[in-house]
Write a protein that binds this ligand. Sequence first.
Ligand code: ADP
Ligand code: MG
Length: 250
Amino acid sequence: MIDIQDVTYKIAGQPILQDVSLQLDKGGIIALIGPNGAGKSTLLSLVARLLPLQTGTIRVDDLQIGQTVDTVLAKKLGILPQELTVASRLTIRDLVGFGRYPYHKGRPSADDHDRVDTALHLFDLSDLAERQLETLSGGQRQRAFVAMAYVQDTDYLLLDEPLNNLDIAASRALMTLLRDLTAGRKRTVVIVLHDINYAAAYADRIIALKAGRVVADGAPDAVVTAALLRDVFETPANVTTVARRQVVLV
Ligand SMILES: Nc1ncnc2c1ncn2[C@@H]1O[C@H](COP(=O)(O)OP(=O)(O)O)[C@@H](O)[C@H]1O
Ligand SMILES: [Mg+2]
């Protein structure tokens, strides 16, 4: 479980997150939604220790963030940040291989190479493996970033807007893969999504943030309602039901 207790985070005195407490049980897909600037990326960054905690505590199973060695946490929890800058001359294979670094520390074993091959295959990147990142489309690059996070083989995977730049086929393929990964409560995926319809279709639980606070938390059919979306996003929302699933009309 990821246990977030009373987390407040301020920048220059301005609260970015306020009194956030969440228990994210192991297993399944948890979608984080909310308007731009709500604090979604900040929350993921705190859990993944990319930002230092100011107030409150975060535990990942028995590990306390801020008091655990990075290399131990790196085998427990992986993150794909919203913005990632890497050397564009890297090949896809090298980039994905970085995901194994916590295990091999620079000396990949045959098993590490096998796992990279498997990830390249899963994310439909095998044919692009030797290409440099700068020669890829945005969507192809995004798939490679997700593959790098995946190959780290952690119980918890945090993905910040991984559907950016992905077409409908790649989006569905990624969400289906994540659903398979989390089936049987094996892995836990916490994913920031802007498209509510993907959250409704694939997530087990949806948490809405607004202005640094949790404003909704529950099963998709409880959260994806016209009234709630209007309050959270401050725009009229038309929600209908198709094939027993709530769909937001745009
Ligand atoms: N380095 C920073 N300096 C000032 N404000 C920041 C900084 N980083 C984030 N913020 C502010 O914090 C708020 C939350 O940002 P973020 O967590 O990225 O939101 P989200 O991911 O939900 O869009 C935003 O209002 C953003 O402008
Ligand atoms: Mg963000």
